[in-house]
Write a protein that binds this ligand. Structure first.
Ligand code: SF4
Ligand code: SF4
Length: 462
């Protein structure tokens, strides 16, 4: 029994077999704009780990050193809160923009769409020709010419997959690391395995899986319907204007001439005239295709256009809805907190801890000593020299093995500091000591420590 056309995924045939698509590439204003955006995104993605900004790769997740270089800013393990802010920005950003603009991410920014539409399909067309030629080639027997074309195409796909995988691995291993991993696999087995795995995964996607990633695998495609409502922007067919369909000149017919051009260009093989569907990645190809037909017929373009469902019903769309306001407010709050924390980010991080062992020592001359260790993290890009002094109480002295300590950029040093108090009976066990750490660039931070002394006995108390 075959399923009704509306009840099945367009790329899966009656017997569950994949229906291979041959979408036409269509010129048009949206296509040109998407090509420009894709070019910028691909350049940004491929360039970021290979160029230096502020002495480091523009972007690198240096996991062994627990550092993240981001366009001149270096975040360390102690800056984990920034990653929370970034995660919050991504989550609320996706919520907000999906509620307003629907699947604009899928059509314009998603790497799957960008790589497939701006690199893979043009390569395929260059080697195997237009969709009708490709269909004939696939159906033809394996001749030397077909084998040569297929090998050239698969080789090109493999090269692109390898280049992207190399760049992606460089985001983690750095430039030298990824080259080392490729030239000497045994020195970087994890890096080499990551590169090979990604190359294989991308090649599988480019050569065979393609639109199935969006239709079957992608989780965002599944939950975007929860984030959108009747007022969200989407690629829609204007039913009122288009129906009933009919050839030009048919009395009473709407604007749709049923040429099926919108279906022939769709990379997921759907017919947008059936309404908004999960498979639609809002790539705008059908908009360009239909505009082309409308202009040739001397009709207004926009039979398929960006609009909300409400607008196509002739109602006025609402921009300010509760979900848009809530997502927008959350986005502004997270953005504000992130901006404030980056603005106030100190160039150094200072922590004081008690040395392990005895909590205090009574020296031969009767003074009491507490051993501490000050951790100095230089978060800046220049060498800094740190000194430590006691602020209060006045009778506590800080003794260090060196007067100052130099800390290299983005490095951490530990300075042993012995706090000494002359009169063991001046305090009753615990005293709050305030220390000040300074550097030679104007940085100052106060840290507190609890000084431990022997508890006075009854004899001393009297
Ligand atoms: S391209 Fe336009 S006119 Fe042609 S079938 Fe699609 S909606 Fe109708
Ligand atoms: S229906 Fe139109 S916008 Fe949606 S995926 Fe197909 S061609 Fe792209």
């Amino acid at each position: 029994m075959s399923l009704a056309e509306n009840d099945r995924v367009s790329t899966i045939g009656d017997k569950g077999k994949r229906v291979w698509l041959y979408p036409q590439r269509v010129p048009g204003r949206f296509g040109r704009a998407r090509t420009a955006v894709s070019g910028m995104l691909v350049a940004l993605l491929l360039v970021a780990p290979w160029i230096d900004v502020g002495g480091h790769p523009a972007m690198q997740f240096d996991i062994p050193a627990r550092r993240f270089h981001f366009w001149g800013m270096t975040l360390m393990a102690t800056d984990a809160s920034y990653l929370l802010f970034l995660a919050g920005l991504v989550v609320f950003g996706v919520f907000f923009f999906t509620a307003l603009f629907g699947r604009v991410w899928c059509g314009w920014v998603c790497p799957q769409t960008v790589f497939l539409e701006s690199i893979i399909r043009p390569i395929e067309e260059l080697i195997e020709g237009k969709p009708s030629e490709r269909k004939r080639l696939d159906a033809a027997p394996w001749t030397p010419q077909k084998i040569a074309k297929k090998l050239a195409k698969w080789g090109a796909f493999l090269f692109v997959a390898g280049a992207i995988a190399t760049t992606f691995t460089a985001y983690f291993l750095g430039r030298e690391g990824v080259i080392e991993a490729q030239l000497h696999p045994t020195s970087h087995p994890v890096g080499t395995a990551t590169f090979l795995f990604l190359t294989g995964l991308l090649y599988f996607d480019f050569a065979w899986f393609r639109e199935q990633t969006c239709v079957v695998v992608c989780p965002y495609g599944r939950f975007q319907s929860v984030l959108m409502d009747e007022d969200s922007l989407a690629v829609v067919y204007d039913v009122k204007r288009g129906e009933p369909r009919g050839k030009p000149g048919t009395p009473g017919a709407g604007d749709c001439v049923d040429c099926r051009r919108c279906v022939s260009v769709c990379p997921t093989g759907i017919d947008i005239r059936k309404g908004i569907q999960l498979e639609c990645v809002n790539c705008t190809a059908c908009m360009d295709a239909c505009d082309d037909i409308m202009l040739k017929l001397g009709r207004e373009p926009g039979l398929i256009r960006y609009a909300s469902e409400r607008a196509t019903k002739g109602e006025r769309p609402r921009l300010t809805r509760p979900r848009v306001l809530a997502y927008g407010a959350a986005l502004v709050v997270v953005l504000g907190l992130f901006g404030a924390s980056v603005w106030q980010r100190a160039p150094a991080d200072v922590h004081i801890t008690r040395q392990v062992g005895a909590p205090f020592t009574v020296l031969a001359d009767g003074r009491v000593q507490n051993g501490t260790r000050i951790r100095l993290q230089n978060r800046s890009g220049e060498m800094r020299t740190f000194t430590v002094q006691v602020v209060s109480p006045a009778d506590v002295e800080a003794v260090t093995p060196m007067a100052s300590v130099q800390v290299a950029p983005e490095q951490t040093e530990h300075l042993p500091v012995f706090l000494v108090r002359p009169d063991p009976h001046a305090a009753t066990g615990r005293t709050r000591v305030v220390l000040e750490v300074r550097d030679d660039h104007g940085f100052t931070q106060r840290v507190e420590h609890e000084f431990l002394s022997p508890v006075p006995t009854a004899e001393h108390a009297s």
